[in-house]
Write a protein of this length. Structure first.
Length: 293
């Protein structure tokens, strides 16, 4: 009887939450998850998910996928919620479901289904999905190799402000990978990524100034180059820091102490522009869904 009473109490609680669910109910549930109060979060999310709220369905999937709190670890149940959210056009759920099919987590491994949901997420403006498709087309994994299609998806991610995509679209323009080579336009994209703080792009711009032709460099050009190399050292990985330090030391030999001080002060005062991209350092491609093997 005690067990039945407890179950009855849960259903009463669920009915109460469902009746009182308002526009802030989802926000409260997310706050509960952030605080690791998983039981109360589940009680708030379940009626919302059952009523078709895609964000609630996504979160219910995550709870089952991770076994948070009193919720049993159950990849199949997670996939069921992800599919509901994905069919309700939640881009994150579409991307997550693509990964589930790619790796066979909670669903049979199915490359075709993985690609279908990955493409839906990408068309729903999900940036990691766009970059995932680019990776598949570049590597010919699960689809025919198609550098042009990869470049198009990278461009779409770049247009939405992703720094990795902005920089690598510039690289593809520079090298003519999947698109007609255009070094001048490539430098425009490198500068855009550099202005937002992407270390590889900052260094690429500094190298452009170091190696530019057309006579002796001006004092202002040396100051700007020294500043960019300093920023590369501050923001890059170990290999980039070492290379930038070596280049800066060579550059310093032709600069006056006052010019070096000016460049150092500019580097210290420099701030990146606002951007939708999250990475300001040197990195590889963001995590993407695999296309299966």
């Amino acid at each position: 009887m005690a067990a039945r009473g407890w179950i009855f109490g849960i259903f009463v609680a669920l009915a109460t939450f469902g009746a009182q669910a308002g526009p802030n109910e989802l926000a409260v549930a997310e706050a509960e998850i952030k605080a690791k109060n998983y039981g109360p979060a589940y009680l708030r999310l379940l009626p919302l998910g059952q009523k078709g709220d895609p964000r609630a369905q996504l979160l219910l999937g995550r709870m089952s996928d991770n076994g948070w709190g009193p919720i049993a670890l159950d990849p199949r149940e997670a996939a069921r919620w992800y599919r509901m959210a994905a069919e309700n056009k939640n881009a994150e759920a579409q991307f997550t479901l693509a990964n589930a099919y790619a790796f066979g987590r909670g669903v049979p491994q199915d490359t075709k289904e993985a690609f279908t949901w990955l493409r839906r997420a990408a068309n729903n403006n999900h940036i990691p999905a766009m970059l995932g498709l680019a990776s598949l087309y570049d590597g010919g994994r699960g689809v025919a190799k198609n550098p042009a299609a990869a470049t198009q998806w990278i461009r779409r991610a770049a247009d939405r402000g992703n720094l990795w995509a902005i920089y690598h679209y510039g690289e593809r323009l520079e090298n003519g990978k999947g698109i007609q080579a255009n070094p001048d336009e490539a430098m425009t994209w490198f500068r855009r990524a550099a202005e937002s703080g992407y270390a590889d792009a900052i260094h690429r711009v500094s190298q452009f100034w170091l190696n530019s032709e057309g006579g002796a460099p001006t004092t202002e050009q040396d100051i700007s180059t020294y500043m960019m190399l300093t920023l590369s050292m501050e923001r890059g990985n170990d290999a980039l820091k070492k290379q930038a330090a070596e280049e800066r030391a060579i550059l310093a030999n032709r600069m006056t102490p006052d010019d070096i001080a000016t460049a150092t002060a500019r580097a210290k005062a420099w701030k990146p522009e606002n951007t939708q991209g999250k990475s300001t350092g040197t990195s590889g491609a963001p995590d993407v869904a695999a296309g299966g093997k």
